[in-house]
Design a binder for this molecule. Structure first.
Ligand code: BDR
Ligand code: CA
Length: 316
């Protein structure tokens, strides 16, 4: 089967970076058309630079990387340096990448690419606030014709929030964009904290990644070692959750996950619960089913997949 065309929309972020590495290691299954970046974990000028750095590290300098929205659709920007460090990818040394930044704005790229795409062909993979996608859909709804499905990281049901008591970071940053994406009418698979908090980058798993001995694996291990610090303290867990790679893992091996088709609605007004994802898991309302909500994951299987794919990189 031909590899599935995807666009990864991200805000690297150590875990976004690992999602990129996992996707770039899987050319038989995934054809990365482009990487679009957005303000999120850190400001846009850093997320776009970080995405290009990851292309350099993976020796994929030909991948087109675009910079998109600098702030959410309605609200003011929120960042997360306290988790990801001032660079967004603390753990690796920052350098000026060779991978160029494309001149076109990410939203224009999304619109142009999706309008030109074969009907229902492109999978969108947002791993940050969904500002670029929400803006593109609002500006040109016809782009949805070119979309096959959307596989997103964001939201929380059983786990509660990680940036406020009610909200997960990506949705809290831009609830208006998330609302547009979840309700766009295309199939949406939503990976929230309920699954991502199960894929912990324990010391043993990070050591296995480092032992692979190639440049990408080493960069991954370095970033995860940094990422580890904040989350192990916050949650008292054995490692940081590897949120964003769950999206790519789902595309590669959906059997690792349990999902349930149901309604997900985003809170956009309440000061107290802004960005909350109300997941109607038990179908207690008659709201339309708009997402496949991921409720469980085989964490050991996820790390086997990740370690296998990172092992495919040559020495660099
Ligand atoms: C999400 O927020 C960011 O900190 C991570 O990159 C991930 O996309 C988890 O809440
Ligand atoms: Ca992210």
């Amino acid at each position: 089967m031909a590899p599935r065309p995807i666009i990864i929309d991200c805000d690297p972020g150590q875990d976004d970076a690992v999602a990129l590495f996992l996707a770039m290691a899987s050319p038989d299954e995934l054809d990365i058309l482009g990487i679009t970046t957005v303000a999120g974990n850190v400001p846009l000028e850093l997320t776009q630079r970080n995405a290009r750095m990851m292309c350099d590290i993976a020796q994929q300098q030909a991948l087109p990387v675009f910079a998109g929205c600098e702030k959410p659709m309605v609200l003011d920007a929120i960042t997360a340096e306290y988790i990801h460090g001032n660079t967004g990818i603390d753990g690796v040394d920052v350098f000026e990448p060779e991978t160029p930044l494309q001149e076109q704005h990410a939203v224009d790229y999304l619109i142009e690419t999706l309008l030109a795409a074969e009907e229902g062909s492109v999978t969108l993979v947002p791993t940050g606030p969904m500002t670029n996608l929400g803006t593109a859909i609002e500006r040109e709804p016809a782009i949805l014709n070119g979309v096959r499905e959307i596989v997103s990281m964001g939201g929380a049901m059983r786990e509660g929030g990680n940036r406020s008591p009610s909200a997960e970071f990506n949705i809290l940053v831009d609830p208006h964009a998330a609302d547009i994406v979840y309700n766009c009418g295309k199939p949406v698979t939503a990976m929230g904290l309920d699954v991502t908090h199960k894929v912990l980058s324990t010391r043993e798993r990070v050591a296995r990644i480092r032992d692979l001995g190639n440049g990408v694996a080493e960069a991954t291990a370095d970033m995860l070692s940094f990422f580890h610090r904040y989350d192990t303290k916050k949650y008292g867990s054995e490692g940081a959750p590897l949120h964003d790679p769950c999206t790519v893992a789902w595309l590669l091996q959906p059997g690792l996950f349990e999902t349930r088709r149901c309604n997900l609605s985003v809170e956009k007004q309440s000061e107290l619960t802004l960005g909350h994802t109300a997941v109607d898991f038990w179908h207690v309302t008659d709201r339309p089913h708009n997402v496949d909500w991921a409720s469980d994951i085989d964490a050991a299987g996820f790390y086997e997949l990740l370690i296998d794919r990172l092992g495919r990189y040559g020495d660099s």
